[in-house]
Write a protein that binds this ligand. Structure first.
Ligand SMILES: [Zn+2]
Ligand SMILES: [Zn+2]
Length: 133
């Protein structure tokens, strides 16, 4: 699950709290919480914010590749090809599908696992050799 605020994948299902969360679960939505930025949001396969964009309906991935329509199988594939609906491929679950949603590729934010690496680059010393006269 991709966080709509910080694009981190570090999100967990949130426990339902109160009637509001019960009501959203009736319409197929689930409350989630991001462990990176602490944002709470509701989602189906993807967060509400990402629903207008092309996403994998199997795993909610938004990091999709556009592929040629001839690689997609399915009952209505011939129809989608005929009307030139774009085809996409989800790498993690190998799902290939057609979608008329807006294509907006979102790559998950990198996990902040190694914070020391950024600091090491600043330790480069510049030597100022005094010019002798
Ligand atoms: Zn977040
Ligand atoms: Zn997928």
């Amino acid at each position: 699950m991709l966080c709509p605020r910080c694009q981190s994948e570090n999100c967990r299902r949130s426990r339902r709290q109160g009637f509001g969360d019960f009501a959203i679960s009736v319409v197929g939505l689930r409350p989630w919480r991001c462990r990176s930025c602490d944002a709470r949001f509701v989602a189906r396969a993807v967060a509400i914010k990402y629903l207008p964009y092309v996403h994998c309906t199997m795993c909610g991935n938004l990091d999709l590749q556009t592929i040629s329509a001839e690689y997609v199988d399915g009952m209505l594939a011939w129809l989608f090809r005929m009307v030139h609906i774009p085809a996409y491929r989800c790498a993690p679950c190998r799902n290939r599908f057609f979608s008329i949603r807006r294509y907006h590729r979102i790559i998950p934010a990198a996990e902040p696992s190694a914070p020391q690496q950024a600091q090491e680059q600043e330790q480069e010393h510049v030597h100022h050799t005094p010019v002798a006269r």
